[in-house]
Design a protein around this ligand. Sequence first.
Ligand code: SF4
Length: 344
Amino acid sequence: MSPLLTIDDLSVTFARAGLLSRLVNPFPLPSFNVIDGVTLSLMPGETLGLVGESGSGKTTLARTILGLVRAAAGRIVFEGRDVRTPADFRAMRRRSAMMFQDPVASLSPRLRIGTLLTEPQIIQGLPMPDRRAVAKALLALVGLPASFVDRFPHELSGGQARRVGVARALAMKPHLLLADEPTAGLDVSVQGDVLNLIGDLKRELGFAAMIVTHNLAMIRHVSDRLAIMYLGRLVEAGPTQDVFCAPMHPYTATLIQSEPIPDPRRRSQNPAVTGEIPSVFRRPSGCEFHTRCPIARDRCKTEAPTYRPMGTDRMVRCHFPLQTGGQEREAFSRASANQKGKLT
Ligand code: SF4
């Protein structure tokens, strides 16, 4: 089977300064890679979790795939076609959709839900003899009553707004759904409802999904594969359960260890990733994670690691990956135990 989506060596560049600096500074401003050489693929019907802290570049990557941010280098191939030509890019946009993190903020507050749900088809010029009927069918798809066609976005609860966001994203029957933090800001019980809804609709309609999140507990139960990002680079990728059971990159391992344990007596014992994520404008030399890595060595400070395939379906970007029974995993466990000791 061919991939639905392939991202090949994709980079995105931002200039550092704001508008004022541009006006007073006549020279070209230095630019920095906020996404740097990312290569990924997504199979039809698959769910990929794109995971990382705030500032890791995961949302920028998702927005670049949909053309909301311009790529500086690399290729995006969707359903076998390089989307650099305008015609192929338009075809991709018709068959892909983004569900934004704050669906109410992303919807026009002056338009009723019925209008908002059918806007994508109108923009694409699709014939729609009965707009209200189409909107009611979309509401039914996401388990909301037909009467919601006449509501305004501010009249929705958080969970209802997320459902409307799902319905709007699916209005064009996309082959690919990109969901940006679909459960952020929701109560835990509502988070489960939204994820179950996306999972049910995926099974029913057969689309693939890329879910951008920092919520590892959530993504563990809904994704087939994980891609972990740090400072605009992919550091680890593989099947979800394999990555959770035996993370190979120290960043992934620390993120997993940092997940809250549903036991109040043990909650404080897991070490979080120490320190702040550096700015992409001051990317550390060598391995970008060496300033926070518990097992960093001298080599890590000067030599950037390259992507290493680990078996048939995993990759890691680390000089000293944590392998079962290996000395790096032991060193990582010792460092984590020391960190736990400091926290307790
Ligand atoms: Fe840590 Fe070195 Fe691996 Fe980077 S290359 S993650 S610093 S061990």
